[in-house]
Design a protein around this ligand. Structure first.
Ligand SMILES: Cc1cc2nc3c(=O)[nH]c(=O)nc-3n(C[C@H](O)[C@H](O)[C@H](O)COP(=O)(O)OP(=O)(O)OC[C@H]3O[C@@H](n4cnc5c(N)ncnc54)[C@H](O)[C@@H]3O)c2cc1C
Length: 477
């Protein structure tokens, strides 16, 4: 497999132009520079240092399935790496073309194909932007209950490819729970439509094979999702717990009892003070949680009172519900300046998931491996728990070294923190990612995570992508 620096480029660009039209093909330097980094810290830092982790040789922006298929066939004929690019909002380096080659920017596939109000599904092309889809659904009184904080930039294909999760996931599930069917352009140049319903018994589920495949098995060109009505009411509550363990216990018992709040976001002491407080505009302390229940008003009233009773049983005190409402309205502020870090800071989000039996140990191990071990660097670790399941929960741990690493190799320090964090999480029985995916960031840990089962994934990959052209270097493949 080769990148195209050299003589093959004009031949490939010519073939792509002939198949997709000249307007769809880009080889100019300024355009290619736009595909050198997603939001992975090392990718951003490398671009700033003038040495990007990867740069495409050519970019195409197809307008339909046929264009994607044609581009894949040309790439296969030249054994050239192919990297799908959605919104480029990924945090794991998944869309960075580390081996050059062809970037297929899916944002030209931007049609909403069908909103089926009887079946409560929507079918959209992969490059449809999250916010655009949401607006179209909202006009019909519907919503796709997948609200990642990146909906402004992300595409629906990227939602599926990175196996993401939105702010309402505790009630409605992750993207794998919302996806009904997919169309995938295969590296061998044909289209694969998966079975049109998500529950069946006609063999293993091919839809789910592609969820989380991060462009390593093919290119998702369209997706069908379940949608739900906009709820009649969304009721907010704010809680302060004596400590993290009592908060986990309160929400564990609520989920075990069958309650499904749409939002549960619980901040540890550090995150309450430094992350939650500045955004809601009130100096809070302790372990605070924002909670929302939604649906028909009568059901919401009952569910809210039961969840609050279970929280009180764990020693929680209720704060003004208005704080949680403000949190909801400002929930995207967390990811924009001045709340989001910039270079020369070093940062990363370690989002891990575990069963309730293990989450306490994982939390402890992570704090020890990162917050305590790297305190000398000025590192701050802020933790919240944002996606809850009947069987467990996840930890969203954002580390930040505000001053960067003057006089030290910043990338080496960044990677050491990740090595220590992942080793600690795995030893404590956690799983190293809940919803951001693997990309470049976690690829080197996939074998440790999956054990011998990783070989099965390798064999699936080589059967589907025999030339190994699809997003090489990602998912640890
Ligand atoms: C500020 C911010 C907040 C975020 N919040 C959330 C959040 O709340 N929840 C969440 O889940 N994530 C979140 N993310 C991460 C990211 O936005 C998601 O992973 C998102 O789903 C990526 O979509 P994208 O279209 O930008 O994909 P990209 O970043 O372009 O790509 C991600 C991966 O998928 C592959 N890919 C993209 N499109 C396709 C396709 N059509 N077919 C096959 N492979 C494809 C790429 O090659 C890459 O490997 C956040 C990121 C930022 C920057």
């Amino acid at each position: 497999m080769t990148s195209l620096a050299g003589t093959g480029l004009s031949e490939v660009a010519g073939a792509l132009s002939a198949a997709l039209g000249e307007d769809a093909v880009h080889t100019d330097a300024a355009r290619l520079d736009g595909y050198t980094a997603d939001t992975y810290w090392p990718a951003i830092a490398a671009v700033a240092a003038g040495e990007p982790l990867g740069r495409p040789d050519v970019v195409v922006v197809p307008r339909d399935d046929a264009g994607v298929v044609a581009a894949l066939r040309i790439a296969a004929a030249h054994q050239m790496p192919v990297v799908p690019w959605g919104g480029g909002s990924g945090t794991q380096g998944g869309a960075v073309p580390v081996r050059g080659g062809l970037v297929i920017d899916l944002r030209g596939l931007d049609r909403i194909i069908e909103i089926d109000e009887r079946s409560m599904t929507v079918t959209a092309e992969a490059g449809v932007n999250g916010r655009v889809l949401e607006r179209a659904l909202n006009e019909r009184g519907l919503m796709l209950p997948h609200y990642p904080a990146s909906a402004e930039w992300a595409t629906v294909g990227g939602y599926v490819a990175a196996r993401g999760s939105g702010v309402l996931s505790t009630r409605y599930g992750k993207i794998e729970d919302l996806v009904v069917a997919l169309r995938v352009a295969m590296p061998t140049g044909e289209l694969c439509d998966t079975v049109c319903v998500p529950r069946h018994a006609v063999g293993p589920d091919l839809t789910q094979l592609f969820v989380g495949s991060e462009g390593t098995l093919g290119i998702i060109t369209r997706a069908t999702f379940s949608v739900v009505p906009i709820p009649g009411e969304r009721r907010f509550s704010t809680l302060r717990f004596p400590d993290v363990d009592s908060g986990i216990e309160a929400f564990r018992t609520a989920l075990a009892a069958g309650h499904r709040p749409s939002v549960i976001r619980m901040y540890d002491e550090e995150a309450t003070q430094r992350t939650l407080s500045p955004v809601v505009g009130r100096q809070l302390d302790g372990v605070c949680a924002v909670v929302a229940c939604e649906g028909e008003p009568e059901a919401v009233a009952v569910e809210t009172s039961r969840v609050l009773a279970l929280a009180r049983a764990q020693g929680a005190r209720e704060l003004e519900p208005e704080l949680a409402r403000i949190w909801w309205e400002r929930r995207y502020d967390f990811y924009a300046p001045p709340h989001h870090p910039e270079l020369p800071s070093i940062w990363g989000t370690i989002d891990v998931v575990a069963t309730y039996a293990r989450i306490g140990a994982v939390h402890e191990a992570l704090r020890h491996a990162v917050a305590e071990r790297y305190a000398h660097t000025g590192l701050r670790l802020r933790i919240h728990f944002s996606h809850w399941y009947a069987w467990g929960t996840m930890i969203y741990a954002r580390f930040l070294i505000p001053e960067g690493a003057p006089g030290e190799d910043a990338l080496a320090l960044h990677d050491r923190i990740w090595d220590d964090a992942v080793t600690a999480v795995l030893a404590a029985g956690g799983v190293i990612n809940d919803h951001h995916g693997v990309g470049l960031k976690l690829g080197r840990y996939m074998e440790a995570q999956h054990g011998a089962a990783f070989d099965t994934l390798r064999r699936v990959k080589s059967a589907i992508d025999p030339l190994g052209i699809m997003n090489p270097g990602k998912l640890g493949l």
